[in-house]
Design a protein around this ligand. Structure first.
Ligand code: PHE
Length: 438
């Protein structure tokens, strides 16, 4: 069946897509780099003013058209002029997954190593060396990236209500419980309050235009906007699903999870005298070191990396679903239509190639992939977060605001009016500014 079977299933699948490495990996270090509380306030404001209408918008496009990112724009506008946007969504998904699966692989690897007590007694220099050795080891990284691709593909192999929906219903509650237990554990340890103060006491002098745009980019990333993921899930919504309610619930969940992730990572970092501005390595170098000082280091670190794996996989599922649904729909009217299973195989192979290239480029085995002095991993990460997601979200706002016949808007006059003003005028202005930032 090509549809979710329950309202709670849709919400949990959408929350699963949104809550991922963005909330648990990117959020804490971006907050750390941008001064704490004030950044969080900006992040929440951006999510409410810009993120929420865009989430509703993407769900609506999917639900009204009943199609995935491939067919939705054509179905709603009645012409082919927006077809480039579906291809952009497909390309953005491919770029996103070419670095996202690599990091998901790191999480699985770290979970396994933590369970094997590998980090026992290691201090910062050894952990840095451990991470650098791993980051230079192409075969091991590739094996773990492929494990995460195959795990995701095996969920997509089933129909959406049996695979994605069922798994989200099991994993998301587990994820929430784990997050809450860990956050309480971290906040109540000695010295944890410094981190809390950093998180919740705003210092507005840190806010610059660049920080505002960064908060918006992170908000779009964590809300899964701009690449067609929510359009695709919207296409699977049951008739009686209330889009506005689901969008608000999803946004609130994402904000809560991001704050919980901040409460797990930052108090621990402060309590042991580390700097919160360590960047992406915060999670893979600083945290394992922090865990060494805690009650049952191996259990705590295994639990933390397990949590990251769950969050990451429920997100990769939604992005890979964009690609699988795209391939199914795009080939449907051709001489060789591909069914779901064949599409999963094709997309899996494409992703294995993309991740192999990304890893070879990271480990210095493919210098021809270095562009503007950066390897493919960094370029894909920057391109997706700073350019493709904001631009994709902007384009979808312009599409609905200006090119979908007004008769299609549902709900009260007042609500549709506010919605239209946001989509036409408010959202396009800063999003376009955002993507022009170097
Ligand atoms: N929201 C996911 C995260 O925070 C990433 C994502 C972006 C997923 C865009 C789907 C679409 O990790």
């Amino acid at each position: 069946m090509k549809s979710f079977s329950s309202r709670i299933g849709v919400l949990l699948a959408a929350a699963g897509s949104a809550v991922g490495l963005g909330s648990i990996w990117k959020f804490p270090y971006t907050v750390g780099e941008n001064g704490g509380g004030a950044f969080i306030i900006l992040y929440i404001i951006c999510s409410i003013i810009f993120g929420l209408p865009l989430v509703m918008n993407e769900f609506m496009i999917g639900k009204l058209s009943g199609k995935s990112a491939y067919g939705a724009y054509r179905a709603l506008s009645g012409n082919n002029r927006w077809q480039w946007l579906s291809w952009t969504n497909m390309l953005s998904s491919l770029f996103l997954l070419s670095f996202y699966f690599v990091v998901t692989g790191w999480c699985i690897y770290y979970m396994v190593e933590a369970a094997l007590n590998t980090f026992d007694g290691m201090e910062a220099p050894q952990l840095t060396a451990f991470f650098n050795t791993f980051e230079g080891n192409a075969p091991v990284m590739l094996v773990y990236a492929i494990i995460s691709i195959v795990l995701t593909a095996s969920v997509l192999w089933f129909d959406v209500n049996k695979g994605i929906e069922r798994l989200s219903k099991i994993l998301m509650p587990i994820l929430f419980i784990m997050l809450i237990v860990m956050a309480v554990h971290m906040v109540f340890m000695d010295g944890g309050t410094t981190g809390l103060r950093f998180l919740f006491e705003p210092d507005f002098s840190k806010i610059t235009p660049k920080v505002i745009l960064e908060a918006m980019g992170l908000s779009f990333f964590t809300l899964s906007l701009g690449i067609g993921a929510l359009i695709t899930y919207g296409g699977y919504m049951p008739e009686d699903q209330n889009v506005a309610k689901t969008s608000v619930q999803m946004m609130v969940l994402v904000i809560i999870v991001s704050l919980l992730a901040g409460m797990i990572v930052l108090p621990a970092v402060f309590a042991y005298g580390f700097s919160p501005t360590e960047g992406p390595e915060l999670t893979f170098v600083t945290l394992p070191e922090v865990f060494q000082h805690m009650f049952s280091p191996s259990l705590t670190s295994t639990a933390f990396f397990a949590l990251m794996c769950v969050a990451a996989i429920t997100s990769t599922i939604s992005v890979m679903e964009v690609m699988v649904a795209f391939v199914c729909e795009a080939t449907a009217d051709t001489k060789r239509p591909l069914n779901r299973h064949q599409s999963v195989i094709v997309v899996t192979l494409i992703l294995v190639v993309a991740n192999t290239l990304c890893i070879l480029s990271m480990t210095g085995h493919a210098d021809w992939l270095t562009i503007m002095g950066q390897n493919m991993f960094d370029n894909a990460n920057d391109l997706v977060t700073n350019f493709l997601i904001p631009l994709g979200a902007l384009a979808v706002a312009v599409f609905t605001g200006w090119f979908v016949p007004k008769a299609r808007y549902q709900g009260s006059r007042m609500a549709s009016c506010i919605y239209l003003i946001l989509l036409r005028w408010v959202i396009p202005s800063p999003s376009s500014l955002y993507s022009s930032i170097p």
